[in-house]
Design a protein around this ligand. Structure first.
Ligand code: MN
Length: 232
């Protein structure tokens, strides 16, 4: 690998390498130069979640939907002061502002999907480690009670949106958000999310959202990611 960026393209490629080493997108308040926001690489191969979530679904979901949010966002940000902000700063700065809803929707969806891919892993599921497990027992009564709340949130959300495990006022909590909304705009800290937009499951499960949510919780959910967010 070259040490110095000789061209703008080299600079962007080096940015990708750096992003792979450290989750830059998670950093809360780092101002950045007004280069385009980059779609982060998937943390695994497109077929890694198969058969629970097929390579076909991931191909469309990551390669088309997630990419489109970044593409749209970069177009909307061009030549605006927000173009120098981090993705998280853009989400926070535009939340609840009706004249900035297009930027908010694309920025939040760009953030939410990166968080979603990291909330899953091949051979996931099972139970969280000791520290997170004890917090869940304390705040929900039991792992099963938390799991039930997450399934209820995911299956009762009307239309498109997200189910989340969050830290809110020092307590673990399950919340659901519609469309692009993210609980961090209401002062909560996201720990884990499940995408319940139809594009997340329709190719594999058609209208059976509950089957998708149960399969994700049993086989894909990445409790280490949730624990690392709680610790951060
Ligand atoms: Mn989605």
């Amino acid at each position: 690998m070259r040490i110095f960026a000789e061209t703008r393209r080299d600079f962007l490629l080096m940015g990708v390498a750096a992003a792979a080493a450290a989750p830059m997108w998670l950093m809360p308040s780092r101002a950045r130069a007004a280069t385009p926001l980059m779609l982060p690489p998937l943390p695994y191969a497109e077929n890694a979640l198969d058969p629970v979530i097929s390579a076909n679904t991931v191909g469309f979901h990551y390669g088309k939907h997630h990419r489109a949010y970044f593409d749209n966002l970069n177009k909307l940000l061009a030549n605006t002061p927000l173009a120098e902000q981090s993705l998280e700063q853009i989400v926070r700065a535009t939340a609840g502002q009706s004249d900035k809803s297009a930027i908010f929707n694309n920025a939040a969806q760009a953030w939410n999907h990166t968080f979603y891919w990291n909330s899953l892993r091949a051979s996931g599921g099972g139970k969280p480690g000791q520290e997170l497990g004890e917090r869940i027992d304390k705040d929900f009564g039991s792992f099963d009670a938390m799991r039930k709340e997450l399934i209820t949130a995911a299956t009762t959300l009307f239309g498109s949106g997200w189910a989340w495990l969050v830290l809110a006022d020092g307590k673990l909590k399950v919340v659901k958000t519609g469309n692009a909304d993210n609980p961090m705009t209401q002062g909560m800290k996201p720990l884990l999310t499940i995408d319940v937009w139809e594009h997340a499951y329709y190719l594999d499960y058609q209208n059976r959202r509950a089957d998708y949510v149960n399969a994700v919780l049993d086989k894909l959910v990445n409790w280490e990611f949730a624990a690392s967010n709680l610790a951060a």
